[in-house]
Ligand binder design. Structure first.
Ligand SMILES: Cc1ncc(COP(=O)(O)O)c(C=O)c1O
Length: 431
């Protein structure tokens, strides 16, 4: 049960910060995944790199790595009134191949599926390297198999593009929130798009139902997939290396704050899980959700006895942040994050556009509204009563001048110019 005071604040659909009282109170033994799996994922990414480089020419400059820059944003932070600590944007908005954080999950799962299918069909041997998937006989065989996914857009782009690169048929089931340009871009890549006149959860359910009935369809299950989750989790090692290269310490006196936009929870959950393995208690992970779609917040605040949706408390799940228009968080993610997540803050749509415009003006970033949500994190911690209480409880006040804030920009570089100019004018008008 959500307490009445929190419930009425959520129902007012105004920005708020919720601190997770269960953080570190619950046994990690109850978490359904294991830290070793993050290390395995890092190794899998390294093994896939030569194949990825051959499939996607844009990866040549990065030796086949799906990786993003850690971008210092001092001017933007000053404009947003962030006086203390260091501020970075993690630039997944410009991730190669798919232009969003979803590249880390979707490409990982599709390529690992391709490898396991090719081995099961005896098209390649257990000792062949992943590059064997480029053999013409493998591609010919993959034509008879379909990779399907339900998506608000960006996961569809990542899974669809990856599946087509290996020769699979690809079908993306999209919710009514999906933007037209995402549909068009998928179709240009030869991906079949099924548009549902329903929300994200319904699109996923329809896709799952179709796949269940047909053994030639592999369904990438955004609500349940461990492969997606661990694909995302490997980003933690990348961030660790980037901080080390800049001589930025993370320890009890140098806390790390992460702000992660959340829809179904897979991407932020995977990244946060990886981060907690690398930095432990010195990393403070916060999800951010639209004020009308705080699905992780309502689930974690209600406890894990039964699943709850944002509709249950009278919210609409209508937001311009299409990637985060999700009414019910993944049950798998709720279990994993219950003991690990520091909290969740919510944002109103107008702020998304304001921050998107500021990020363009002062950091030259092209973000989509979902990604801009991460930019409000430092203010939620420093300027709210709940944030101040969190700093007191964690004994962090004295260390805030040494803190590092990483705002995870989850998508945007693929947004067509005309669409982006529309976002910008809306933001500029609000500033
Ligand atoms: C730009 C962007 N940010 C954040 C998210 C949230 O990721 P998840 O749904 O895995 O929580 C999405 C999901 O599609 C997205 O497209």
């Amino acid at each position: 049960m959500i307490d009445t005071k929190l419930k009425s604040r959520l129902q007012a659909a105004q920005s708020l910060l919720w601190i997770n009282p269960e953080q570190v109170c619950v046994s990690m033994a109850d978490v359904p995944v294991h830290p070793n799996q993050v290390k395995e994922a890092e190794q899998n990414w390294r093994d896939l790199a030569p194949l990825l480089q051959r499939c996607f020419p844009e990866l040549s400059d990065h030796s086949g790595a799906i990786a993003s820059e850690l971008i210092p944003v001092d001017a933007l932070a000053r404009e947003m009134g962030y006086a203390h600590g260091r501020h970075f944007v993690k630039g997944d908005h410009a991730l190669p191949v798919a232009g969003s954080v979803k590249a880390r999950g979707g490409i990982y799962e599709v390529f690992l599926y391709g490898l396991s299918l090719a081995r099961d069909l005896d098209l390649i041997s257990a000792t062949d390297t992943p590059e064997a998937l480029l053999n013409p006989n493998v591609k010919a065989a993959f034509k008879g198999y379909t990779v399907a996914v339900g998506s608000t857009g960006n996961l569809g782009l990542s899974v669809g593009i990856a599946a087509r690169a290996l020769g699979f048929r690809a079908v993306v089931h999209m919710s009514s929130d999906a933007k037209d340009w995402k549909v068009e871009r998928l179709q240009r890549h030869g991906v079949e798009v099924v548009q549902h006149d329903a929300d994200y959860g319904s699109a996923v359910a329809a896709a799952r139902h179709q796949a269940d009935a047909d053994p030639t369809i592999y369904f990438v299950d955004d609500e349940r997939s461990e492969l997606l989750f661990f694909g995302y989790s490997a980003a933690a090692a990348e961030l660790h290396d980037q901080l080390m290269k800049r001589n930025i310490m993370v320890d009890a006196e140098h806390p790390l704050f992460l702000y992660l936009p959340c829809g179904i929870g897979g991407a932020p959950g995977g990244v946060a899980y990886g981060i907690k393995q690398v930095f432990g208690d010195h990393a403070h992970c916060f999800f951010v959700e639209p004020a009308q779609s705080p699905c992780a917040l309502v689930q974690l605040a209600a406890g894990l006895e039964k699943q709850v949706t944002v509709y249950d408390i009278g919210l609409t799940n209508k937001t311009e942040a299409d990637g985060m228009a999700v009414a019910e968080v993944s049950w798998f993610i709720a279990q994993v994050m219950h003991p690990l997540l520091s909290g969740v803050y919510t944002v109103e749509d107008d702020d998304l556009f304001r921050w998107l415009a500021l990020a363009s003006r002062h950091a030259d970033l092209q973000l989509e509204p979902s990604a801009a949500a991460s930019l409000g994190g430092p203010s939620m911690i420093i300027d709210s009563t709940e944030g101040q209480q969190y700093l007191t409880d964690c004994d962090l006040h004295a260390h805030m001048p040494n803190a590092t804030h990483v705002m995870w920009a989850t998508g945007g570089s693929f947004v067509p110019e005309a669409e982006f100019q529309g976002f910008l004018s809306r933001g500029e008008a609000l500033l």
